[in-house]
Design a protein around this ligand. Structure first.
Ligand code: C5P
Length: 236
């Protein structure tokens, strides 16, 4: 089995990110670069993590008109990231344009297209905030609806909360990859995560990848924390 742990590099600058990445690299499968780090350190941080030989998940959650998103996805593909995120609420055409851009840019470079992951309903939203913006207020129904749209658009993966995995696995094609944050081992506090599963529970529920931030980077010994989590997943 490949290592399903993606460490969120939720740190302020390139030096902190590289130091963390070097420390934990042997125990993890990929690194997630999000809005804070990308905005402060720029595309160079992606290149530097790639130079270490590690896979990169660029989590910028693109949401714009199809042409703009397609061009951003093409740029991310040229940076040689292995996964990236878009908002499914950008609509069918936007998602199709993103997937097409990933494929069309990777092909001439002789690379595998990055996995374009659809974000459905942010976990910070609840039924009231969904109603406020005029969306279906039932979170589960809205997640299902957007997930089905992502499948229609040809996306090969979704980001979902741990507690959505089991329901999504019932309706999605088996090949759909599910990437799940909100992972806690029980050894640390839940922080601001309200709905959590342990790494092993999330995989058993059907997650393909686990995004883990604070339980690794805020641990006294991040490398040991990552190794403990890897060992907790069971035999390889
Ligand atoms: O520190 P922690 O393990 O909570 O980090 C989880 C990572 O996953 C963070 O980068 C966070 O932004 C991201 N994330 C999340 N919940 C979502 C979507 C993304 O925690 N619903």
């Amino acid at each position: 089995m490949r290592n399903p742990i993606i460490v969120a590099l939720d740190v302020a600058d390139a030096e902190a990110a590289l130091a963390l990445a070097r420390t934990v690299a042997p125990a993890v499968g990929a690194f997630k670069i999000g809005k804070e780090l990308f905005t402060s350190a720029g595309p160079d941080i992606v290149r530097r993590i790639r130079e270490m030989g590690a896979a990169v998940f660029l989590d910028l959650k693109f949401h714009d008109i199809p042409n703009t998103v397609a061009r951003a996805v093409a740029a991310a593909t040229r940076l040689d990231v292995q996964m990236l995120t878009i908002h499914t609420s950008g609509g069918l055409e936007m998602m199709r344009a993103a997937e097409d851009a990933a494929q069309a840019t990777a092909r001439p470079a002789g690379r595998e297209a990055p996995l374009v992951l659809g974000v459905t309903v942010l976990t910070s939203l609840d039924s009231n905030t969904l109603a406020e913006v005029g969306w279906e207020p039932n979170v589960g129904r809205q997640v299902e609806r957007l997930a089905a749209l992502a499948v229609r658009a040809g996306l090969r993966g979704l980001v979902c909360s741990p507690l959505e995995i089991a329901a999504l696995r019932q309706t999605l094609p088996a090949a759909m990859q599910l990437v799940t944050p909100g992972i806690r081992t029980g050894a640390e506090k839940a922080d601001d995560q309200r709905r959590t599963l342990s790494p092993r529970e999330a995989l058993e529920a059907g997650a393909s990848w686990l995004v883990i931030g604070r339980p690794i980077y805020a641990a006294a010994d991040p490398r040991a924390a990552a190794e403990r989590i890897l060992a907790s997943l069971g035999p390889a």
